[in-house]
Structures are given as structure tokens and as C-alpha cells.
Design a binder for this molecule. Structure first.
Ligand code: R5P
Length: 325
């Protein structure tokens, strides 16, 4: 028996942050994609949903990603507000890349918990469910009372890594926060173990990080570095330098969110990292897509399947998260 489709069961809306991904998801689901956000002359967002949504399940797609993180957040807020005021029955917000997720605790005096502020506003405006991919810290789901499904980029990335058929493999985390992720990749890939790099980040010097030391033996091993995101590329390239300095035979890397800001590409090109695999949770510049070291694999099948499960019922964890990340 074929899986019931989501046709006539949902209305799919997308903000402007990552239209290419939204189009791919709509095409996999074989349903129309509505793009309700335009701009006034003064650049304010103007939202109007172009179809009736009364008593409909509305799914809103929007990555709150660079280069216009804050505008993308406002687009998201206004789409939720428009859907609520138009009497949608249920509003699911899918945020493939959730900006501000790294600001998840009060780690210094007089700072906001920015990701909580954003998540709570999403809930306040009337969303019924949030869905993200590799949120920076799983416990952010506790910032709101509505359900929050966090999917894992590993679902999409692992088959690409397995295709490389890496031998004598050690999985490395570029910081202590990624140890669980490295352990999970290691077990899934039958690797020989994990290594952990210790980094220090100085927010007073433009947030630059430094790889200080590591535990684990990588001598003569092929290393897979795993992280949730590549922003300026500092964490990744510093970790790779240290791994090579400790005798690694080769280093490849994978990350769910490829932001590649500032001089990230230059750093990656100069580094001895052999390959970097990322998904398309954020729109990727032409220079990233053309970079011979970088492989982009689309997250659209994961998100479209998650939508089918959310709409028709079923277990996201059983089908899309079959191991602990
Ligand atoms: C930090 O905790 C994250 O997991 C990433 O390692 C970090 O945000 C990457 O940033 P960058 O590429 O700028 O070093």
C-alpha cells in the first residue's frame, strides 16, 4: 500500500531565505508552494497569504540564516501572525537552520538568551509546532511548551560518508560540545573510536577560536571531523591543523549547516582538509557550490518525509532518527 500523500491536507508557505530548498521540498511532496513575502519600498516585509487557509494545516518554511538573519526572522514572525489571523487550524514552523541557536544560555553578565527569546516569540505568535535540523543544543527544545521536533543532518550526511568507504577511521569532534555527535557517528560508521579537540574562543577578538589540545590517538588514521555548522571555518581548520600535527593520515569533514561566512572558503582551500560535506539548510553561494573540496547534499528528502509524517501521523524518531545523535 502506498503512503498517503499530503495533497489537499497542508498549505506550504515559504519565506525568502532559502527558496531553492523550499521549491525542492514542494516538488518532492508534489504540492504548490506559496511565497507570501514581498518588500515595501522602505524594505519592510509585507506578507499576504495568497490563498484561503481557514481551518487548514499551514506549514511555514524559513531558515533564519545569513546573510539577512534578522530580516529572515521578521519574515518568519509575520508569516506566523498572518496564518494565525487567517484562522489556520494548525501552524507548523520548519526552520532548517535556526539562527541565534548558539546564544543558548546566560554565559556572561547582562546578556540575553537570544535563542530562547526567538523560540518564545514563535510560540507566542501562535505556532503549534517547531521543526529544526541539528539545533545547536538539544535542550533548546525546552524553551517553549509546544512540540519541537529536531531532526539530524546525519540522516542525509552519513550515506555520503559511507560512500567514501573510509578505512582506519577515527571520528573527531572539534570541541567538547560535539562529543556525543562524534560518538554517534563513530558507532554508526564502525570507526575505531573518537578524538576530541579542545578549543578556546575569545569573543573579544572577533570570536576567533584556537585549537589548544586534543585527546585520542589519530596517528596514521583517517579522521572524520563532525560539527553542526561551519561559520567562519576557524573551528574546523584549526582542529584539522592539530589533527595533522598529531599524525593524522587524512582529514575530511562534515557539517549540517554550511554558512561559510567571512574568509571560510579561503581557510578551507588553504587547509589540508581533503573534503567537506554539508547540506543545503542555508542557501549556498556559487563559489561554495563550485568549490572542488566541498560536496553539498540536499536535506529536502529528510524534510519532505518529516512533513508527510507530521501530516499523516507516524513516528519521526523511528523512521528519521534511528540512533542517538
Ligand atoms: C560551536 O560551538 C559550533 O558547534 C561550531 O563549531 C562553530 O559555531 C563554528 O564556527 P566557526 O566556523 O566560525 O569556527
Amino acid at each position: 500500500m502506498s503512503e498517503p500523500s499530503v495533497k489537499n491536507k497542508v498549505v506550504l508557505l515559504s519565506g525568502n531565505s532559502n527558496l531553492e530548498l523550499s521549491e525542492k521540498i514542494a516538488s518532492l511532496l508534489n504540492i504548490p508552494l506559496y511565497k507570501p513575502v514581498r518588500r515595501f519600498a522602505d524594505s519592510e516585509a509585507m506578507v499576504q497569504i495568497p490563498t484561503n487557509i481557514r481551518r487548514e494545516h499551514v506549514i511555514i518554511l524559513q531558515s533564519t540564516c545569513p546573510p539577512n538573519v534578522d530580516s529572515n526572522i521578521i519574515e518568519l514572525f509575520l508569516m506566523i501572525d498572518a496564518a494565525k489571523r487567517a484562522s489556520a487550524k494548525e501552524i507548523t514552523v520548519i526552520i532548517p537552520y535556526f539562527g541565534y541557536a548558539r546564544q543558548d544560555r546566560k554565559d556572561k553578565p547582562r546578556v540575553p538568551v537570544s535563542s530562547a527569546a526567538i523560540a518564545k516569540t514563535i510560540e507566542f505568535l501562535g505556532a503549534d509546532r517547531i521543526c529544526t535540523v541539528d539545533i545547536h543544543a538539544d535542550q533548546e527544545q525546552g524553551f517553549v511548551s509546544i512540540p519541537w521536533d529536531n531532526l539530524y543532518g546525519s540522516f542525509t550526511l552519513l550515506p555520503e560518508i559511507e560512500d567514501l568507504d573510509p578505512k582506519d577511521l577515527i571520528v573527531a569532534s572539534p570541541d567538547k560540545g560535539g562529543v556525543l555527535k562524534a560518538t554517534a557517528y563513530s558507532s554508526r560508521l564502525n570507526a575505531q573510536g573518537i578524538a576530541i579537540v579542545f578549543k578556546e574562543r575569545d569573543v573579544n577578538t572577533e570570536n576567533k577560536s584556537q585549537a589548544l589540545d586534543m585527546i585520542g590517538d589519530v596517528k596514521g588514521k583517517n579522521v572524520l571531523l563532525v560539527d553542526d555548522m561551519i561559520d567562519t571555518g576557524g573551528t574546523l581548520c584549526n582542529a584539522a591543523d592539530l589533527l595533522y600535527a598529531r599524525g593524522a593520515k587524512s582529514v575530511i569533514a562534515s557539517a549540517t549547516h554550511g554558512l561559510f561566512t567571512r574568509d571560510a572558503l579561503e581557510k578551507i582551500n588553504k587547509s589540508a582538509i581533503e573534503k567537506v560535506i554539508v547540506t543545503d539548510t542555508v542557501p549556498l553561494k556559487e563559489e561554495v557550490l563550485k568549490n572542488p573540496k566541498i560536496k553539498v547534499v540536499t536535506i529536502a528528502p529528510l524534510l519532505s518525509r518529516a512533513i508527510e509524517i507530521m501530516v499523516n501521523g507516524g513516528s519521526i524518531s523511528q523512521e528519521l532518527i534511528n540512533w542517538t545523535d
